[in-house]
Design a protein around this ligand. Structure first.
Ligand code: NAD
Length: 429
């Protein structure tokens, strides 16, 4: 897997940025000196346990046959079943899915959730397909994964380009193939099918809680902050609404179609309604549309990358005018950019902590499905806040004690948990 392979047609990727799996490996190397005797096990984190590549053929509505490549990577299963989303996007590669699965291992362990790390994806543009075609693609992909997924094996969830409906089709396909309804095979399902209240907003709620905690420690109150959000989907759109609801001003928004900059503040609800109608931010505030790069230059207190990985590159990090970066997306900051931000004293709340609210409520959903006993939304949100704040505190303490970044601290805690489990289980046979 070369580092210089570019993905044509995707302007957001700098050819100089490392591929995601290379970033993940660099992060593991960075944490290894902090792991003492457990460091002899770190090679296990550099080799995903299982990588499944499947052909996904469907007949399109016009009668033509197309084939897509689908992936599921189970990075580690040492602490429990695999857990991680499924992405439908034209830039999905095995390399990307490997990294996303690795970050799920770290995230689940950093939050002390009883899961390993996994991720899946299909390289396609969901916007080019009808609902019926997407259903056929999803069902075939699920069938091809066969016995590798399951409530005790590996539990997919939504990610970029997938949603509650995708999860409902996956759950139904798995259940039909196995002869009984298995709600716990996926999370992020509709509530009527055993989904959890609060799941839809959970990732963004976690981002917001992480921002509040970071702001408190740096003396930067969220309530009076200027905020820039990249990505206006499930995570970015909902996070923008939560920030706005607290009194913060959203001064920049960016999605795949447009960059909006308005010092006076952008009305998030109106923007959401425009996106619900048209599918994009473009056209919402024509007078506020700015060149793509301007997004990174807007003076703010909080910057929330919540689109895709590899966005915050060193050149952008050098010019950033913010105090705190809260990573809503997975892997938005390249390791080289991370160094620049650390040198500049810009606090980075890493993805493996900041966006862990989604998988935390997915964990609640899985537990509720097993027990067939469902909690209220207030209970969900209270438990989410308690887990997020607890994880933030522990990661902050380790960062403080060892004089490392929050990312390295989160990796230290997570790797200690994963590798201790590995060591205690021993190598089979
Ligand atoms: P989504 O599909 O709902 O939204 C993605 C957003 O990113 C869209 O607004 C899209 O227009 C925008 N985007 C795409 N390409 C872009 C580009 N080149 N420049 C700027 N914006 C671009 O996806 P989501 O679920 O909100 O996920 C966003 C990120 O958060 C991903 O990195 C995902 O892995 C991560 N994440 C999601 C969850 C979850 O529960 N959905 C949980 C944890 C992490």
């Amino acid at each position: 897997m070369s580092n210089n392979r570019t993905r044509e047609g995707l302007s957001y990727l700098d050819p100089a940025s490392p591929e995601p799996w290379a970033s993940f490996l660099e992060q593991i190397d960075c944490v290894t000196p902090h792991l003492g005797s457990l460091s002899r096990w770190t090679e296990t984190l550099k080799r995903p346990k299982r990588m499944i590549i499947v052909d996904v053929p469907i007949i399109r509505d016009d009668g033509t046959i197309v084939h897509y490549e689908g992936y599921r990577v189970q990075h580690t299963l040492s602490r429990g079943p695999g857990k991680g989303g499924v992405r439908f996007h034209p830039s999905v590669t095995l390399n990307e899915v490997m990294a996303l699965a690795g970050w799920m291992t770290i995230k689940n362990a950093a939050l002390n959730l009883p899961f390993g790390g996994a991720k899946g994806g299909i390289r396609l543009d969901p916007r080019q397909h009808s609902e019926g075609e997407l259903q056929r693609i999803t069902r075939r992909y699920t069938s091809e994964l066969g016995g590798f997924i399951g409530p005790a094996r590996d539990i997919p969830a939504p990610d970029v380009g997938t949603n509650e409906q995708t999860m409902a089709w996956m759950m139904d396909t798995y259940s039909m193939n196995n002869g009984s309804t298995a709600t716990g095979v996926v999370t992020g399902k509709p509530v009527a099918l055993g989904g959890s209240l609060g799941r839809h907003e959970a990732t963004a709620r976690g981002v917001f809680i992480a921002a509040q905690q970071a702001g408190r420690r740096r003396g930067v109150p969220v309530e009076r902050a200027r905020v820039a959000v990249q990505g206006f989907g499930n995570v970015g759109g909902t996070a923008a609404r939560l920030f706005e609801g607290s009194g913060a001003r959203i001064v920049a928004l960016q999605d795949h179609s447009a960059t909006l900059v308005d010092e006076a503040g952008i009305n998030v609800m109106a923007a959401s309604q425009h996106v619900a109608r048209t599918g994009q931010l473009s056209g919402f505030l024509p007078h506020a549309e700015a060149p793509t790069e301007n997004f990174w230059l807007v003076p703010t207190e909080f910057l929330v990358p919540a689109a895709l990985e590899g966005q915050l590159l060193p050149e952008r990090a050098k010019r950033l005018k913010t105090k705190i970066v809260v990573e809503g997306a997975n892997g938005p900051t390249t390791p080289a950019a991370d160094d620049v931000l650390n040198e500049r004293g810009i606090l980075v709340v890493p993805d493996v902590l900041a966006n862990a609210g989604g998988v935390t409520v997915s964990y609640f959903e899985w537990v509720q499905d097993f027990s067939s006993f469902f909690w209220t939304e207030d209970e969900i949100n209270a438990r989410l806040e308690s887990i997020m704040v607890g994880a933030f505190d522990s990661i902050w303490s380790v960062a403080d004690e060892r004089k490392v970044s929050l990312r390295t601290a989160a990796f230290i805690i997570a790797c200690q948990r994963v590798l201790s489990a590995r060591e205690q289980r021993g190598l089979y046979p």
